[in-house]
Design a protein around this ligand. Structure first.
Ligand SMILES: NC(=O)c1ccc[n+]([C@@H]2O[C@H](COP(=O)([O-])OP(=O)(O)OC[C@H]3O[C@@H](n4cnc5c(N)ncnc54)[C@H](OP(=O)(O)O)[C@@H]3O)[C@@H](O)[C@H]2O)c1
Length: 240
């Protein structure tokens, strides 16, 4: 079954590769970018590689932009089958120690990673309700796992990023519970360390296409699939 899928923040990185993987499978995919030029360039690049995606402008920190994107997709398709909340920032270039972090940095990172994710989700839920198999995938990170962070050997206490993603995980749990009765599949997935703009193309990470491949099965989960899970890079459950 061909699905209508929206991937936020998909002009680059893991999101872009996910759009490509989904387009290769024949789905109707909306490549979303906050910046129109960057988004259209990404759409053309995809087209040069022989794939087709539709473009929609979407800044997850702008309620007006989210509403306009929802109205556009509603007019074009009449429904949305899958929302992938992928857009995010990390601000790794700003110090993020627990004892000294600038609260302005924490607020800045929470804007897209938590508030934007929630705003996008609540805006698109009515359109997802028009699908026979509605799915929401929240792209999370290993660094959002409180269980991992609380372990004696944990190192990566990057507090603005980690707390924003941990809060998004908490929202994912609530969302999955609230929507379970309506047949929604709602899961968080971490692709694991992937070399992208977000981490200044850090060495040793997996390729973005591989990261996208980890998310892919949870985008295409069917009505018999699972909900309310946090999935790790090896495809099995990850501790919240
Ligand atoms: N890379 C990793 O190791 C890793 C590991 C675990 C989880 N993740 C998660 O994977 C997701 C994708 O990140 P990535 O690694 O692919 O990084 P990326 O290449 O920097 O991609 C992030 C995307 O989000 C977009 N974005 C940022 N703020 C936005 C906003 N306000 N509205 C709409 N789009 C916005 C960016 O747009 P611009 O190009 O305009 O900035 C870009 O398209 C993120 O949620 C990240 O937390 C990444």
């Amino acid at each position: 079954m061909s699905k209508v899928i929206l991937v936020t923040g998909s002009n680059a990185g893991i999101g872009y590769e996910l759009v490509q993987l989904l387009a290769e499978k024949g789905h109707t995919v909306y490549l979303a970018s906050r910046d129109v030029t960057k988004g259209k360039e990404a759409q053309s690049k995809l087209q040069q590689d022989g794939h087709k995606a539709k473009f929609v402008q979407l800044d997850v920190t702008s309620p007006a932009s989210i509403t306009a994107a929802k109205e556009f997709i509603e007019k074009e398709e009449g429904r949305l089958d899958v929302l992938v909340n992928n857009a995010g920032i990390a601000k790794f270039e700003s110090p993020q120690n627990a004892t000294t972090v600038d609260v302005a940095v924490v607020r800045e990172v929470f804007e897209p990673n938590l508030f934007g994710l929630i705003q996008t989700t609540t805006t698109f839920i009515p359109l997802l309700r028009k699908s026979s198999q509605p799915v929401i995938v929240n792209v999370s990170t290993d660094m959002a796992s409180n269980t991992v962070q609380a372990g004696p050997k944990s190192l990566l206490h990057v507090v603005a990023y980690n707390t924003s993603k941990a809060a998004a995980n908490s929202y994912t749990i609530a969302l999955a519970h609230e929507l379970r009765g309506e047949g929604f599949k709602v899961n968080a997935v971490t692709p694991g360390f992937t070399s992208t703009k977000l981490n200044h193309f850090g060495e040793g990470g997996r390729a973005p296409r591989e990261g996208a491949g980890i998310i892919l099965p949870w985008v295409l989960v069917d009505k018999d699939g699972q909900t309310g899970l946090f999935i790790g890079p090896d495809g099995s459950e990850f501790p919240w």
